[in-house]
Write a protein that binds this ligand. Structure first.
Ligand code: DGL
Length: 257
């Protein structure tokens, strides 16, 4: 098969990356996608850096063994831990990572306070700390680690009193603050966007990095002459280290969120 007609591999620690996959398929409907979720090892965001690096490298190797022409690391945590190692190991492969959408939020005119929700590991890592520092003159960037939240989404909790209670506690310190943006810095969080909006308790713009990542994927494929030339609609194939998560993968792919 010609290289440009090979599938695009998309990877996440679990199901969250399906929010990015959706943006990619919307922008590149003629491409074939192979999504691998490592739900057996989720959540990555509360593991050590060394563990996340090892798991991410193994997941990307698994996609490469199936002949993908590009890899989207649809996980902020894995991106911050391992994207540079992946690029070193595969210099010719388009590898697209995701990072919290701090830039568009901070640069939006009139935005003065931006909360970034992400996993503890993403927030701890240097990559995110540098990103937040780069925009600290444009906005007050508040980093909010959310231990346990990706796990709830992974477990299919998109609504209900447990999630509401978690979010209300999380947002308590901001009750009397004026906040312009919430950045969803973990690919699991878009699936609970409505619960986040409701429990924040004041009107706030909520953004994530999935569309920016999809655009970056298209740019890189185009630059390398790797865009599919087929006219037919592409396919989406799901794989998961926990086969019992495959049904849920399809549900999330079609979910309205
Ligand atoms: N979806 C991942 C991210 O974007 C992390 C979830 C996890 O902790 O496994 O950061």
């Amino acid at each position: 098969m010609e290289q440009r007609e090979q599938p695009i591999g998309v990877f996440d620690s679990g199901l969250g990356g399906i929010s990015v996959l959706r943006a990619c398929t919307a922008l590149l409907p003629q491409e074939d996608f192979l999504f691998f979720g490592d739900s057996a090892n989720a959540p990555y965001g509360e593991k050590s850096l060394a563990q996340v690096r090892r798991l991410t490298i193994a997941a990307v190797d698994r996609l490469l063994a199936q002949g993908v022409k590009a890899v989207v690391v649809a996980c902020n945590t894995a991106t911050s831990a391992a994207i540079h190692l992946l690029r070193q190991a595969h210099p010719d492969l388009p590898i697209i990572g995701i990072e919290p959408a701090v830039k568009p939020a901070a640069l939006d005119v009139g935005s003065s306070s931006v909360i970034v929700m992400a996993t503890p590991l993403t927030i701890r890592e240097d990559k995110y700390q540098k990103l937040a520092a780069a925009f600290c003159h444009e906005a007050n960037v508040i980093s909010l680690p959310c231990p346990g939240l990706a796990e709830m989404v992974e477990g299919g909790l998109f609504d209900g009193p447990v999630l509401d209670g978690y979010l209300q506690d999380l947002f308590l310190p901001f009750r009397y603050c004026s906040v312009d943006y919430i950045v969803l810095g973990c690919t699991h969080y878009p699936f609970v966007r409505r619960a986040i909006a409701r429990n924040f308790g004041q009107p706030v713009a909520i953004i994530d990095g999935s569309e920016g990542t999809a655009r970056q994927l298209r740019r890189q494929l185009d630059a390398q002459g790797l865009l599919s030339q087929r006219q037919r609609p592409g396919t989406v194939t799901f794989q998961n280290s926990r086969p019992d998560k495959l049904t849920m993968s399809h549900t999330l792919f079609h979910m309205d969120f």
